[in-house]
Design a protein around this ligand. Structure first.
Ligand code: 5GP
Length: 191
C-alpha cells in the first residue's frame, strides 16, 4: 500500500460526445493512469475487444455479479447494464494509481457519495444537440430509432451536468484534450 492515494477521474457525457476518443488520448498523455474496464451486457461493436474496451457478459452473469457485490456502482443505460469493479477501483486507489472512468450520470452519482474527496467529476457536453445527432449518424453503429433514444437520454443527462466539478464542451478535440489535461494536472497538484 502507498501513502499517496490515487485520483479517480470520472468522465460522463452523452453517447457520441467523444468520451472514448478523449479517454484513449488521455491515457497516452498520462501513461501511469489506469483505465477502469467496465462490465456490460451490451453486444460488442465491430471494433471493440472483450477485456480491453469492456468485459462483455450475459445478463445472468451480470446479475450474479451484483449479488456477489462485485460492483462499486452499476446502472441500466438504455436496455443494457453497465458496472465498475469494486476491487479494481479500491486496489488502484490504495496503491496510489490514478484511475480514469467513463461512466454514466447514475454511476457518477453513486461514486460521488463514496469518493467525493478522491474524485474529480467531469462532464463532457456536445456543442449542440444537432452536432451530437450528426456525430451519432456518422458513427454508423446505431439505427435511427436507437439514435433517437440516445438523443432523448442525452437531453436528460445534460440536465445533470451541474452536479459535476467541471463541464467541458467538446467542440474541438485537441482543445478539449488540453482542457482535460489542465484539470487533471491541477487536481493532482491540489492533493
Ligand atoms: P456505450 O454503450 O455507448 O459504450 O455506453 C453507454 C453509456 O454507458 C455511456 O454513457 C457510458 O459512459 C456508460 N458506461 C460505460 N461503462 C459504465 C459503467 O461501468 N457504469 C456506468 N454507470 N455507466 C457506464
Amino acid at each position: 500500500m502507498s501513502c499517496k492515494k490515487g485520483l479517480l477521474i470520472v468522465i460522463s457525457g452523452p453517447s457520441g460526445v467523444g468520451k472514448t476518443t478523449l479517454g484513449k488520448k488521455l491515457l497516452t498523455q498520462f501513461p501511469e493512469m489506469k483505465y477502469s474496464i467496465s462490465v456490460t451486457t451490451r453486444n460488442p461493436r465491430k471494433t471493440e475487444v472483450n477485456g480491453h474496451d469492456y468485459v462483455f457478459v450475459r445478463m445472468e452473469k451480470f446479475k450474479e455479479n451484483i449479488e456477489k457485490g462485485y460492483f462499486v456502482e452499476w446502472a441500466k443505460v438504455g436496455d443494457n447494464l453497465y458496472g465498475t469493479s469494486k476491487t479494481f477501483i479500491g486496489d488502484a486507489i490504495n496503491s496510489g494509481s490514478d484511475v480514469l472512468l467513463d461512466i454514466d450520470v447514475q454511476g457518477a452519482s453513486q461514486l460521488r457519495k463514496l469518493y467525493q474527496e478522491k474524485g474529480v467529476f467531469i462532464f463532457i457536453n456536445p456543442p449542440s444537440i444537432h452536432t451530437l445527432r450528426n456525430r451519432l449518424n456518422l458513427r454508423k453503429t446505431d439505427s435511427e430509432q436507437e439514435i433517437d433514444a440516445r438523443i432523448m437520454l442525452a437531453k436528460k443527462e445534460i440536465k445533470e451536468s451541474n452536479s459535476y466539478n467541471y463541464v467541458v464542451v467538446n467542440k474541438d478535440l485537441s482543445k478539449t484534450l488540453e482542457d482535460l489535461s489542465c484539470i487533471i494536472n491541477f487536481e493532482k497538484r491540489k492533493r
